[in-house]
Design a protein around this ligand. Sequence first.
Ligand code: GCU
Length: 606
Amino acid sequence: MKKLTLIVLLQMFAFTAIFAQTDLMQNTYNREKTTLNGKWKVIIDPYDNGSYSYRLDRFDEMSRSPRSAYYMDAKAKDKTDRMEYDFDTAETLMVPGSWNMQNDKYYWYEGSMWYRRLFTFNKKAENNEVFVRFEGANYKTHVYLNGKKLGQHVGGFTPFEFNITDLLREGDNSLVVVVNNMRHRDAVPTVNTDWFNYGGLTRDVFLYEVPQQHITDYKIQLKKNQPNEIGVKIATNGMAAGAKVQLNIPELKISKELTVDSNGEISTSVKVRKISYWSPSNPKLYDVELVAGADHLKDQIGFRTIAVDGSKILLNGEQIFLKGISIHEENPIRGDRAFSEDDARTMLGWAKELGCNFVRLAHYPHNENMLRMADEMGMMVWEENPVYWTIAWENEETYKNAKNQLAEVMTRDKNRASVIVWSMANETPPGEARDIFLKKLVAFTKAHDDTRLLSAAMEKHKDKKNKKIMIVDDKFAEHVDLLSFNEYIGWYTGKPTSSEKIIWKIKYDKPVIISEFGGGALAGFHGDETTQWTEEYQAAIYREQMKMLSKIPQWAGATPWILTDFRSPRRPLGGIQDGYNRKGLISETGEKKKAFFILQNFYKNK
Ligand code: GCU
């Protein structure tokens, strides 16, 4: 009997986290912010001299934090005092922005860069809490305030933040950040990628404050396949069991007083008869208000259901075809990482002009402005974890890193109606260790979000006997909702006209998404359809691909590779690539190639 009681007791007190465990505050997008964007002082540090403790290993915290550690932001006391660094006399870089694109001497730099920003901050109320938030920094980041370590973050594309309440001081506060973008075999992504390794504080940095009692996280979305039931999960800080949180969605005539439990959490649902469902043709967003004590938080949330039925994709119960395009997070005109609302408007504007209702944000989580803009513009979104190519599948740290980056993007974007797909990976070679790694990611994702479809960009292979037969039988496909794969018939395999003879053998009765196809072309380079790199060659690939793919009965969508030309260190061909991957439908100067209009025409008539 005793044993049974013990088990029951343990289960009662087991902390049932209703969210993926990340210390990310939900919806800082709508909180009042104090931006730290602008000029930061920087010191380049290829030998990690700023943290080097005279040992051979790199980047080791100083055991006795001497003034020579850059995070101390120390000054020479007088003319007899020897100091060998000084942020005040250092160069500056703009934040956000990669260092690569701001100074030719940093173009190929891979290593540590120290950043320092001085700021003053006066709290509005005595017991408020103050946070510093980084929307993204590539790749490994350590953060210090007034000489004290706040913490660190790994991953180039997800937000992170720290509570700085107890470390704030009167007058100038010294925020010191070191970002290291070196590639590592066991990192996520690993050492080899077909994109440029932009380093630094590539997204917004800002401060914000909240009352001591505040809302930390929430998910307010239709429950899985429940078109008239909104699931409501809320987590709070500093609120005792029985405390009240007000939920208002005026246009749905919802005004409910909810009660937090002993964990400071709420998990309930609200039935609603009539909802204007979010969709590309009707990107309806509702004003949602949460009031918890002195904390008033607003959000703009769309309600929709997404499901699969055999090989059909159903949005709000109706079959849809995903007219998509793949996008890297790079504003080609400015030539750096995209980060702003304007960048999002530019990129999604081009996708809209192409006739898209769907975008694949490759190959990593993009900045939040893209998701908010997709919600507003009515663009469905595939978000992707940077588990790209030959990841170190056997390494437990690598798995934790991949899981953490996935948890962070799921935490940030869980209320975005536009997000319909979480993609686990891209073009990962099948194998036992890879299958185990990806299946664990699927289980983790499903445990934290059963309202979205799962996928991964898999690979096809040729039939051994008959080269005209292409086979998709990746075992991992059994574990995802959308059967997605990349194929380059006409570019890496055969010529454009090869497509018409290809027969696809697809083992699963699931919606088929072609997550990549396409070919390279230099904008303005013209010739016949057999000449590589001409716009005509690329246009022929698209024309022939459409004919071939239309023969696949389960075909449910495509995100051709790719909206715009993008920088890649793997594309050196002088006079044609010049360091760019040229598969864009639009050049890096914004010029539309012939293939843009082939795809636009196909989507218009689909
Ligand atoms: C792969 C990969 C892309 C890459 C593309 C290409 O499919 O997923 O990241 O850019 O091929 O070769 O252009």
